[in-house]
Ligand binder design. Structure first.
Ligand code: BG6
Length: 506
């Protein structure tokens, strides 16, 4: 028996219970929480969907997802608990668009109350297409369970809205049914160990904070590249694009972790206040300047690791003349005392050279360089690289003397690697986030003002891109680092994108 406090008894309804997110992420996460004895002693998970399943078939279907996507597979050492876990899982076939159907949910709550001998946390997880969210929320609202601000919670997946207006509308609708503290807006990047570790690194060490500002930092980069294409999600992606899908949420959240002021405590609202301060300080790009600050791209067809892959416009459910961005790069400035004049370059894309999420903090050069000119060949300023995924490490580059009689300098890396430092496997982001929802801890979730602020930042880019159709799509080859314009975006400032050399993957 692990020695930790479990959350209070919980009843979790998953809308989209027969969908992909539950199959790949939520069920494997809940299963791992169960193995690690983090699930409440009394709990029940109800998958809600339209497809017909009986409980037994539904459990079989979810087991299939666990076998493919869980960090621990059934039958492996340390797992083997599917039988026990799956008893807590059931399926409710219902049409979420029909008001009358919601009585079934109210009945299950009553039934579980009796079974548990107490009123449990009631969690509604909306793992459904964004266009279905408002309908479900407005039908859940009238159930008297929702008025219980302490126990009832609603989890909303991204994308949270489609643009500023729709996000505001959705916030308004949610606020009319739920109290803000009942609403958990998920950004799964915030559940990643390495993203949370940015706060530990910055605020649990005295070393970094004094130099973490415009006096010492030249610029910051965030790259979130993927090798996959749209993977059958053409329908969704056509309405999203890279800017909405990754920059508005995940990338801006990472940027906040890097740029925020030190919190006074680790209360949810304190952390979120500090993050929203960063978002509010990000300079809004004028529409006429968008071309100088933002670059978009779309992948064409070509070869990736020996395989022929289709271009974006040839993917399933994608308009052959699509102008949707599958790549976006933006240069942001944060107008506050700490960051004035320091550019934050971010980029993300599908079908790029490698799957990697890294943050690079590039320090300014040493102020005086007293070494003989011949030692200067490989001279480089200090750089801190935080690898978020798939590698999980932090490396600090500094100059060192090469052994020998000459004074020759060479950059070397000091590396902290999760793999080498810890034996235990890190939980998946969704494990952390689902546990937080059961515990009622909203620190890692987006508050309404954060969502609004991040859409406000993106809006001028979105509007300009919508008004001016790209003329050069497709403009990057699969397996590349994106369009040439993205290189130009940073090269114009005399800088270049950082990618880690291949050995980091060994
Ligand atoms: C999701 C996006 O939020 O994040 C996907 O909708 C993207 O398009 C995914 O592939 C990337 O997440 P991760 O954790 O694999 O980097």
């Amino acid at each position: 028996m692990q020695n930790h406090k479990r959350p209070a008894s919980s009843l979790i309804f998953i809308f989209g219970g027969s969908g992909d997110l539950n199959f790949r992420k939520l069920s494997p996460a809940l299963y791992n929480l169960f193995i690690d004895e983090w699930m409440p002693t009394k709990f029940s998970i109800v998958g809600i969907g339209r497809r017909p399943y009986n409980n037994e078939d539904y459990r079989k279907h979810l087991l299939n997802g666990v076998q493919q996507f869980s960090r621990r597979k059934e039958g492996e050492t340390g797992a083997g608990k599917w039988q026990d876990f799956s008893k807590y899982v059931s399926y409710l076939q219902m049409d979420a668009e029909q008001d009358a159907e919601y009585q079934k949910i109210a009945d299950i709550v009553k039934e579980k109350e009796k079974e548990f001998g107490e009123h449990p946390n009631v969690i509604f997880y909306l793992a459904v297409a964004p266009q279905l969210v408002p309908g479900i929320v407005s039908k859940l609202g009238p159930l008297n369970i929702c008025a219980d601000t302490k126990c009832t919670r609603v989890v909303v997946e991204k994308p949270f809205g489609h643009d500023l207006e729709s996000a505001l509308e959705l916030n308004k609708l949610l606020a009319s049914m739920f109290d803000e503290k009942q609403i958990y807006r998920i950004d799964h990047y915030l559940g990643k160990e390495t993203v949370q570790n940015i706060l530990a690194m910055r605020f649990a060490n005295a070393l970094f904070e004094p130099i973490w500002n415009r006096n010492y930092i030249d610029h910051v980069q965030i790259t979130a590249s993927e090798t996959v294409g749209v993977e059958g999600r053409g329908d969704y992606y056509e309405r999203a694009g890279a800017l909405r899908d990754m920059v508005q949420n995940h990338i801006l959240q990472i940027l906040c972790m890097v740029a925020m002021e030190a919190p006074v405590n680790f209360e949810a609202d304190e952390i979120r206040n500090k993050k929203v301060d960063v978002l509010n300080a990000i300079r809004k790009i004028n529409t006429e300047d968008v071309h100088r600050y933002a670059v978009r791209g779309q992948y064409g067809d070509g070869w990736m690791q020996g395989d022929k892959v289709p271009g974006y416009a040839q993917e399933k459910s994608v308009d052959p003349n699509s102008k949707t961005d599958t790549f976006a790069a933006v240069k942001f400035y944060i107008d506050n005392w700490r960051w004035q004049g320091v550019p934050f370059y971010v980029r993300t894309g599908k079908r790029m050279h490698e799957k990697t999420t890294i943050v690079t903090v590039q320090f300014r050069p040493a102020p005086n360089y007293a070494f003989p000119a011949e030692s200067a060949d490989t001279w480089r300023p200090n750089r801190l690289t935080i690898s978020i995924a798939p590698d999980m490490d932090i490396r600090l580059r500094f100059q060192a003397k090469r052994p020998g009689q000459d004074m020759t300098l060479k950059p070397v890396d000091m590396i902290f690697s999760y793999k080498d430092a810890y034996e235990e496997h890190e939980p998946e982001a969704y494990e952390t986030l689902l546990l937080d929802v059961m515990e009622g801890n909203a620190t890692l979730f987006m508050r309404s003002d954060q969502v609004q602020a991040s859409w406000e930042i993106i809006k001028p880019i979105q509007d300009t891109w919508a008004a001016r159709q790209p003329v050069d799509f497709p403009n990057y080859a699969p397996g590349s680092w994106g369009p040439e314009d993205a290189e130009a975006l940073i090269a114009r400032d005399g800088r270049n994108w950082v990618t880690l050399p291949a050995p980091h993957k060994e």
